[in-house]
Unconditional design. Structure first.
Length: 255
């Protein structure tokens, strides 16, 4: 277990790692220290981990950015970032993004277990995961615009991929909240379950992800993740190449 001194912790149990936001008193509001800690988790992850579950303690997944930190003076605050040269500010934001983008790793499948609020940075953290299981009481929102900001924690591309440009623009430009039922209709949820069944649903999904050959699952994730950027011919070639690797591996002829 990686301690949660920064407000987030990593627990590993065989092939499953769990990232837990552990600031329930502030609805797991996020800070730059948490983003740095999450980025470090990628380096701490044992090699046998296949599934990463991301969850929040208490009644919310994450209410978003901790404005008491971002609005104060000091490292990571709006005031401090605004004083930096443009490239240095962008580089600092790139460090923050690393707390989210490691969940895109090709060798793991990431699952967000979302209850209650997933607002702003909380919504982007859920979007960073490959799959999202929502409790019936979940509320999601890309609320950065209400602060005069843009979503900058790697959530915009995934949102467009899931719901399309026009709907993503409407969601981001209005900052409105969506309930679990609407999130499900729009394709943002993999599953929606009653609140009391959230943990069991995540366990069942994780078991299904672990039931099959790891290398086949890794190849499948790579095929699907890259499909949008390939033509039909390119995707078919990628399928052939992946299948050739699998056949050689199963026959004991892999390099």
């Amino acid at each position: 277990m990686t301690p949660g001194a920064a407000g987030v912790r990593l627990d590993c149990d065989g092939p499953v790692a769990t990232v837990t936001l552990c600031r329930p008193d502030v609805l797991n509001a996020q800070t730059p220290a948490m983003w740095r800690a999450m980025s470090d988790f990628s380096r701490d992850l044992p090699g046998d981990v296949r599934v990463v579950v991301v969850r929040g303690e208490g009644r919310a997944f994450s209410a978003g950015l901790d404005l008491s930190v971002a609005g104060a003076a000091g490292p990571g605050s709006f005031a401090e970032l605004a004083t930096l040269p443009e490239q240095e500010c962008a580089d600092r934001i790139a460090e923050f993004q690393g707390g989210f983008t490691w969940l895109h790793r090709p060798d793991v499948i990431s699952v967000a277990a979302v209850q209650g609020h997933a607002i702003g940075a909380g919504f982007q953290l859920a979007l960073a995961c490959d799959l999202r299981v929502l409790a019936a009481d979940a509320k999601v929102s890309m609320a950065e615009v209400t602060l005069g900001l843009v979503p900058d924690l790697a959530g915009t591309k995934r949102l467009v991929e899931l719901v399309g440009y026009a709907r993503a623009l409407e969601i981001c430009a209005t900052g409105r909240r969506m309930d679990a039922a609407e999130a499900d209709r729009l394709g943002l949820a993999t599953l929606v379950v009653p609140n009391a069944e959230l943990d069991a649903a995540v366990r069942d999904l994780t078991a299904g992800l672990l039931a099959n050959d790891r290398n086949a699952v890794v190849e499948i994730k790579a095929l699907l993740a890259g499909a949008a950027g390939r033509s039909h011919v390119e995707q078919q070639r990628a399928e052939r190449e992946a299948q050739t690797r699998r056949l050689r591996d199963l026959a004991g002829r892999g390099e």
